[in-house]
Ligand binder design. Structure first.
Ligand code: PMP
Length: 424
């Protein structure tokens, strides 16, 4: 058994001053049991806790660290930027470079606005969609997570789902009434809502490849159907690519799957591990934003030079080295195949969903997981056991069944094989 006495003491202390002891809920290990690890440092595919234990990391800070931790070029870019001052609240060339990189990589994005988190990105994109269409309602999918803005905490995924809080207290009835919820991969559920409320719906927001109820793959025609129906009713289609962006391809899910949204929200990878988000899309919609237009959105630290330095370096590496995505695919396919074999060998019922380097192993007897309801058939106690076994073997996977396992450029085949064989 590892000694985690210092993490235990730190958590006890944190509980006195920080609600639940953490600054983001799933970090507390509530659904898997045990005390959370306090991290001291990370490099490549490895994280170290404050007791000195090392773990091969498959959480990747919940997605951003696609190149592994403390990648030399990114660290250097941040250091150089820091020496020039950490914030000016005025335009910089780095922001132009970032906008150039994003618009050149994400096919549907003509113009982009930088913010400080994925939550800010989705919240602002929704306001923009409402401003553009003059309509109030938004349609989302059960189990999808779009950050913690009020409109999205209705049947929300991620930690809200893991902790049984999909409809948070504190969201007003009026806000909740403007959020309609359909079933992912079920076009009929979307059509029914449009038939009833079509003239009031400003936008559909969707994770094109959901990661927040575990990974679910879009059925052929589903995203195309959303595109069609939004066109038909004059609503906007927003792809929330905070996880899938720059992850499932260099241009996100839209490039990989060939379906173009009107607006795209981004985060995680574009910050290289610093706090950042972005939303972008058609120029005629984006130009409605202040100061070009009347829809207001602002930020003291938006386009922050440290975040831009880290993010532009990250995107340049991803753009200039397409082989990274081939390597990620190869390692992730190895993991998927190995885990399938291991499930069969151990007689464990399970379903594996994967796109590129994002993957979930659902411990379920269901033959497939293509929907929220099917994801909910998972045996979360069995997952918790898998989590604790992995941790004991020095492997850090998400402390929840309903999240992703991420492969990074820093993982080796040996790392992947260790995770395969941790499954007993
Ligand atoms: N959208 C999606 C798809 C996400 O996965 C997340 C966070 N996991 C968010 C939005 C919110 O991003 P942030 O945590 O940066 O606010």
């Amino acid at each position: 058994m590892r000694n985690i006495s210092q993490s235990k003491a730190a958590f006890k202390q944190a509980l006195e001053r920080i609600p639940g002891g953490v600054n983001s809920p799933v970090r507390a290990f509530k659904s898997v049991g045990g005390d959370p690890l306090f991290i001291d440092k990370a490099k490549g595919a490895t994280v170290w806790d404050i007791d000195g234990n090392s773990y091969t990391d498959f959480v990747a800070s919940w997605g951003p660290m696609i190149l592994g931790h403390a990648r030399a070029e990114i660290v250097e870019a941040i250091q150089k930027a820091a020496e020039r001052g950490t914030s000016y609240g005025a335009p910089t060339l780095l922001e132009n470079e970032m906008a150039g990189l994003i618009t050149s990589m994400v096919p549907s994005v003509d113009k982009v606005r930088m913010v400080n988190s994925g939550t800010e990105a989705t919240m602002s994109a929704l306001r923009l969609a409402r401003g553009f269409t003059g309509r109030d309602k938004v349609l989302k999918f059960a189990g999808c997570f779009h950050g913690h803005a009020d409109s999205f905490l209705i049947k929300a995924g991620s930690g809200a789902l893991t902790l049984g809080l999909p409809d948070s207290p504190g969201v007003t009835k009026a806000t909740a009434a403007d959020t309609l919820t359909a079933e992912y991969n079920d076009l009929a559920s979307v059509e029914a809502l449009f038939e009833a409320h079509g003239q009031d719906i400003a936008a559909i927001i969707v994770e094109p490849v959901p990661g927040n109820m575990g990974v679910i793959l879009p059925k052929p025609g589903f995203l195309e159907g959303l595109r069609e129906i939004t066109r038909q009713y004059g609503a906007l289609l927003i792809f929330d690519e905070v996880i899938s962006g720059f992850r499932v391809s260099s241009g996100g899910a839209q490039k990989r799957l060939g379906v173009m949204p009107d607006l795209t929200t981004m985060g995680k990878i574009i910050g290289g591990g610093l706090p950042v988000g972005a939303y972008g899309g058609r120029a005629d919609i984006m130009d409605l934003l202040a100061p070009a237009g009347p829809v207001y959105q602002a930020g003291t630290l938006s386009g922050n030079p440290l975040a831009m330095a880290a993010g532009t370096e990250m995107l340049k590496i991803l753009k200039n080295h397409p082989s990274i995505y081939e390597d990620l695919e190869r390692k992730a396919a190895r993991l998927e195949a190995g885990l399938r074999e291991q499930l069969a060998k151990t007689g464990t019922p399970g379903v594996i969903n994967r796109m590129g380097s994002m993957m979930t192993l659902f411990f379920t007897k269901a033959p497939q997981v293509t929907s929220f309801d099917e994801a909910m058939t998972s045996d979360t106690d069995r997952y918790a056991r898998h989590f604790r076994q992995s941790l004991d073997k020095g492997l850090y996977i998400a402390p929840s069944q309903f999240e992703c396992t991420f492969i990074s450029d820093a993982h080796t085949n040996e790392d992947v094989d260790k995770l395969i064989h941790s499954m007993t």
